[in-house]
Write a protein of this length. Sequence first.
Length: 480
Amino acid sequence: MACAAARFPCAAVASAGRDPSAGKRPPSGSHAAPSTSSSTSSTIAFRSAVDGSVSGSRRLRGCAAAASAVRSPAEEEEGGGGHYYSSDAAGPADVDTLIAGYLADKRNQNANGAADDIPTSAPAPVTQQRLVGRVYLIGTGPGDPGLLTLKAFHLMQTADVVLYDRLVSPAILDLVHRDAKMLYVGKQAGFHTRTQDEIEAMLLGLAGNGATVVRLKGGDPLVFGRGGEEMEVLMSRGHEVHIVPGITAAAGVGSELGIPLTHRGTATSVRLLTGHLREGAARDAADGAGNAVVDPVDFAVTAADLDTTLVVYMGLGTLPSLASKLIASGFPRDMPAVAVERGTTPRERRVFSTIGNLPAAVVAEKLRSPTLIIVGNTVALSPWWPWHALSGESMEEGGGNAATPPRTRPGAGVTYVAQRGLPSEDTSSWFREDSEVVKKLRVLGREAHQEKQEDRKNTKETNEVTSVVGEEAVAGGKAR
């Protein structure tokens, strides 16, 4: 099965038990446009109970559609970008086979006249690296491609290999240049495409063979993104590591919904918390090998106060325990709270409620990961806090001051409000592949890529001249 955008030679992939079509990019324009929504089209449901929610349809596009046989949980969820998250998109299961396939592909490019500094011999094992690579750990924000930094986009146009997580949205992955080799390394509860050790081995193996590697992460790479761990491993082997910050979900989702993370007279601080810890955290704490936090819920409760905005990442599973312990510690049951699924994307869903009612509301609406939870009085400052309207004042009026709307609480039998769609203008069309913005940015990216190739060529020629001069000097010394 052939495809012009193949990530690896078919033989190498087949030998590892993966389909040869794995990792291929869809042809330009082959995907359906994402659904559009705006503040006037968002669906709002006032409910105290619900019998279900509508899930999006799933489509596979391009070569991957014909070959994918196994659907990961992430792939099932993604709707229009599912091929990016399939098990096939991870490439060969064996890391050494994966690297060998990548190098074979680069040698084929060299044979066709492409200038490159990838070695033509067998790949260097991770433990016997011969070249120093360059790795960029890049945050892509919460999902909206408009929140991607220009620096991140530039690097996505010049990378040799791109390793990406599940939380990187399809709209952002579509922006990677088409000659890059893309590998899915996403993890979620119950389905790990790669272990963290395997991901680090891939980074070391690719960088150790001279590749420029871009590692795409959702949000910011150093906020619950394990970027620090990968940075340490790479630096320990002498590789050049650069961190490109991204807009973390707390900032992106909070700003989108008009929820200030801090606000004079309401919240003097914000705390970012994780809803779960890594496996073995309790054991490491007992052995003195890790920090003292063994229960994320208990830590969140001890870190909370009424003047703080709490933002919980990856907290769906522990939300019931968090809510009950916050209330037991003195939080009022009617403290405003919101859970936001797929924030800043057209598939966003959100549930406004109180901390006492939010766990049941999330279950009723069947929210799924990734979901961000925000708890605190600042939630009621959002123009989308629905009880402004219920109290007889429109969201726009907000009691005469949109920045400080009345802090009403749910009542009259309504325990939560479910909303669907972006709360603001959908700007995704600005960043589609055929948009003028992306066309202009790609031109700049191609120019940068050509400059990089020229720099590589000049560096290689300089090294060769230096080597020749050195050899002549040695020979002259021997002659004397």
